[in-house]
Design a binder for this molecule. Structure first.
Ligand SMILES: NC(=O)c1ccc[n+]([C@@H]2O[C@H](COP(=O)([O-])OP(=O)(O)OC[C@H]3O[C@@H](n4cnc5c(N)ncnc54)[C@H](O)[C@@H]3O)[C@@H](O)[C@H]2O)c1
Length: 250
């Protein structure tokens, strides 16, 4: 457990999967959490889960690929909770598993606009608000495919996640002396709705690539994220961290 009491955290893509687990985990540890997503009904469910458990949360509908939505989400956090100390830029989509030379370019634009530009748009407004609130920390959700390619195509996803790691390093360096730490998390394959559609053969082939012998759970990503956000990680910034069951070592 880390101590987030008195802290305000904004989590994007928090209505499902990894983002939901991060929001619940931070709230359990005392943070006031702004749960943002494109799906308002699902936001309400997560906010209720947090408040029913005695935590503090509010919801905000936000498309992270729309610049103004990011500005409005940060403004809402400041209005609702009076400060912003932490942000988790987690919202993302899976992209399309096709070889590079067959990439659907509309799909490319969409994936890059959410998985890469959306992270930049988020930090553009989160960082000044965090500085204004006295400092804090950010985690950007990358992937093992920010380090290595996929075996099934998907240039947009691989490119975006590599870019998130570069952007994280730059932001961490820029704000190291100014009290804002910025790190990235690189999960292996995690059991979330993002993977719900894959058939059993493909699922089993994914499992075989993880020396842990299974896929990860959202809570395991949430634990690393909470650590990196917390004061316990005070000397960790501008870096990317695996939670991948050994995938990248194989
Ligand atoms: N599941 C995995 O295996 C895995 C592995 C590595 C990294 N990731 C990354 O983790 C993050 C979360 O993925 P997940 O597996 O929890 O997926 P998920 O589909 O369960 O959740 C993603 C959430 O993001 C929201 N979202 C999508 N587009 C959005 C937008 N434009 N603006 C705001 N919200 C938006 C969705 O509505 C959804 O609630 C993504 O960035 C993904 O790339 C996932």
């Amino acid at each position: 457990m880390f101590d987030f009491s008195g802290r305000v955290a904004l989590v994007t893509g928090a209505a499902s999967g990894i983002g939901r687990a991060i929001a619940l985990n931070l709230a359990r540890q005392g943070a006031q959490v702004l749960v943002t997503d494109i799906h308002s009904d699902a936001i309400d469910v997560v906010v209720k889960e947090i408040t029913d458990a005695g935590g503090a949360a509010a919801g905000f509908v936000q498309d992270t690929s729309v610049r103004e939505d990011n500005e409005r989400a940060v403004a809402y956090a400041l209005e609702k909770f009076g400060a912003l100390h932490h942000a988790v830029n987690n919202a993302g989509i899976g992209g399309q598993p096709t070889p590079t030379g067959e990439t659907d370019l509309d799909g490319w634009d969409r994936t890059v606009s959410i998985n890469l530009a959306g992270v930049m748009y988020g930090m553009r407004y989160e960082i000044p608000a965090i500085e204004q609130s006295g400092g804090g920390s950010i985690v950007n959700m990358a992937s093992i495919h920010g380090l290595v390619a996929t075996g099934i195509g998907n240039s947009a996803y691989t490119t975006a996640k590599h870019g998130v790691i570069g952007m994280t390093k730059q932001a961490g360096v820029d704000y190291g002396p100014r009290g804002v730490r910025v790190n990235a998390v690189m999960p292996g394959y995690i059991n979330t709705p993002l993977l719900a559609q894959v058939d059993k053969t493909f699922y089993d082939s994914l499992v075989s690539k993880h020396p842990a012998g299974r896929l990860g759970e959202p809570e395991e990503v949430a634990t690393l994220t909470a650590f990196l956000l917390s004061d316990e990680a005070s000397f960790i910034t501008a870096s990317a961290h695996l939670v991948d069951g050994g995938y990248c070592a194989l």
